[in-house]
Write a protein that binds this ligand. Structure first.
Ligand SMILES: Cc1ncc(C[n+]2csc(CCOP(=O)(O)OP(=O)(O)O)c2C)c(N)n1
Length: 568
């Protein structure tokens, strides 16, 4: 009897064995045995959230910033369904999380029991893998396998649904040494022949271009990417999720392509004769109309997930493998070269278009979101270690465009699913992973309110998260589309907002409201001078658009810059 453990105790010990230090969760009936066991394991820090969706985003933020697996916990039924958005978010952005849900006892499954939901059925298309555990004897192995699947190959979310009887029953746990998954063997090493072919194409190209995505960050291949760029002189474009994998103060860094990418990047893609895609999935926000994307280019695609290759864009040289291993193998044999004329050509396009693609200052007292981001970029870079979690909308695009991102893993956003409400809980997870860094949540007035209740979690956990709300009184990004493509019919986009500073104060968090450009710098400095959390609200000019823009369905060379449409 003394060696036996309850299933709930086995779950806790399994988490400790996997190196888990923190869980984000919310209790309820079907997960109560687990919560009963939890206090016996003080090594496991539990962060009580205010909504399970936020627990999922916190686990994501924690995982994205720490490189470890994030863990979230919920009860059955509504607790589990509240996790669904965050799980889908993690799936789209390849974030390793393990979601643990309670399930009704095995004998009630399928009987519409109180708070019963088929959560493995619901999450089947949005998890890398999921489990329903009804027998306590399976728990030790399932946990080992789940963490292995979440963190290996292309990372992703794994869900473990544990029936209440399995949490309560006792057994002597059989801890496995290894997992046994004959059908799951991620490929880490690229094929030598294809790597040689890539080297040949790099040598032959006149106008080569690197497109770097999140796969570079996941593989920790930043040094290899830099070596590749510097040895060959090939310029580097980074996708939204690739931000930080190549320092933006490097002369070969070009910034972001695609729907809200810079003109020179989209034009370089359309002109290049070789596109080396490292760890990005040719998302439609990058490619625009796929049939006209990179029409003159041979395409090398390096990706750990073979199902990505050829999915959206035809590929000439597919290389399946971990970006770091593939680039290392490539660098062993890659001769140096230069691309000066090509790079200078791109610089000329940049000089010609840069001033026209953003905004002209209107004759108004209000200040422009651009002014905030420019000052913000300067101060955070001067002040030292930082992480910035952005929400979804216009401010997300301005942050990507206007902040000079110099360091990996500092930019954390919901790119694939585009989940409003992401920034605040993600910042909580990031702050826990990085206690000594300044963690910012930058959100729109709409998205901030989608998980506003997590201000309570910030207070309860005494986290010094800094919050910046870019308040334009609209669901800005949707309003922009309505202005440009729906005859300015602002249907359901103007927002009545609460007094954000008072809301913060109600949660015991100080706040500052900024209405003029001259106050921006002081407000950001005040945030740095504040020991704990603080909320800054920036009331910006209401109807400002993000440019450049590629209209949905258009080719990436048809860009709308500040006013009329131009084909660049
Ligand atoms: C959960 C969710 N619902 C709806 C949307 C659609 N959507 C995308 S951007 C946006 C507007 C965001 O407005 P706000 O948070 O104020 O930020 P802004 O665009 O003004 O910077 C909306 C509604 C979404 N991405 N996520």
């Amino acid at each position: 009897m003394s060696d036996t453990r309850t299933g709930a105790q086995i779950m806790c010990e399994a988490l400790i064995r996997e190196g888990v230090e923190v869980l984000f969760g919310y209790p309820g009936g079907a997960i109560m045995p687990f919560y009963h066991a939890l206090p016996e394991y003080p090594q496991l820090r539990h962060v009580l959230v205010r909504h399970e969706q936020a627990a999922g985003h916190m686990a994501e933020g924690y995982a994205r910033a720490s490189g470890k697996v994030g863990v979230c916990v919920a009860t059955s039924g509504p607790g589990a369904t509240n996790l669904v958005t965050a799980i889908a978010d993690a799936m789209m952005d390849s974030v390793p999380i393990v979601a643990i849900t309670g399930q009704v006892a095995a004998q009630f499954i399928g009987k519409d029991a109180f708070q019963e939901t088929d959560v493995t059925g619901i999450t089947q298309p949005i998890t890398k893998h999921n489990y329903l555990v009804t027998d306590v004897a399976d728990l030790a192995y399932v946990f080992k396998e789940a963490f292995h699947i979440a963190r290996t190959g292309r990372p992703g979310p794994v869900l473990i649904d544990v029936a209440k009887n399995a949490q309560q029953a006792r057994t002597v746990p059989q801890w496995p040494d290894r997992v046994n998954l004959p059908g799951y063997k991620p490929t880490y090493e690229g094929n030598r022949r294809q790597i040689r072919e890539a080297i040949r194409l790099i040598g032959a190209a006149q106008k080569p271009l690197i497109l770097a995505g999140r796969g570079v960050l996941e593989a920790g291949a930043m040094a290899e990417l830099r070596e590749l760029a510097e040895r060959t002189g090939i310029p580097v474009i980074t996708t939204l999720h690739g931000i930080g994998c190549f320092p933006e103060n490097h002369p070969l860094a070009l910034g972001m392509p695609g729907m809200h990418g810079w003109v020179h990047n989209n034009r370089a893609i359309q002109e290049c004769d070789l596109l080396i895609n490292i760890g990005s999935r040719f998302d439609d926000r990058v490619t625009g109309k796929t049939s006209t994307f990179a029409p003159h280019a041979k395409i090398i695609h390096i990706d750990i997930d073979p199902s990505e290759i050829g999915k959206n864009i035809r590929v000439d040289v597919p290389i399946v493998g971990d970006a770091q291993n593939v680039l290392r193998a490539m660098l062993e044999e890659l001769p140096p070269r230069e691309c000066r004329a090509w790079v200078e050509h791109i610089y000329r396009i940049r000089e010609q278009h840069m001033p026209r693609q953003q905004y002209t200052r209107p004759d108004t007292d209000m200040f422009m979101p651009h002014d905030f981001f420019t000052v913000f970029s300067r101060i955070i870079n001067e002040r030292g270690p930082y992480r910035v979690c952005t929400d979804v909308g216009q401010h997300q695009m301005w942050a990507a465009q206007l902040i000079e991102w110099r360091h990996p893993y500092t930019h954390i956003t919901s790119g694939g699913l585009g989940t409003m409400g992401f920034a605040l809980p993600a910042a909580i997870g990031v702050q826990i992973a990085c206690p000594d860094e300044t963690v910012w949540a930058v959100a729109g007035d709409g998205g901030f309110q989608m998980n506003i209740q997590e201000l309570a979690t910030i207070r309860q956990e005494r986290l010094p998260v800094k919050i910046a709300i870019i308040n334009n009184g609209y669901l800005g990004m949707v309003r922009q589309w309505q202005e440009l493509f729906h005859e300015r019919r602002y249907s359901a986009t103007p927002l009545w907002n609460p007094d954000f500073v008072k809301v913060a104060e109600a949660y015991g968090i100080p706040g500052i409201c900024v209405t003029h450009q001259s106050q921006v710098e002081d407000a950001i400095n005040a945030a740095y001078a504040t020991d704990g959390p603080i909320l800054l609200e920036f009331q910006v000019e209401r109807e400002v658009n993000v440019y450049p823009m590629v209209a949905p369905g258009a080719s990436i060379h048809e860009m709308i810059t500040e006013s009329p449409m131009e084909v660049v």
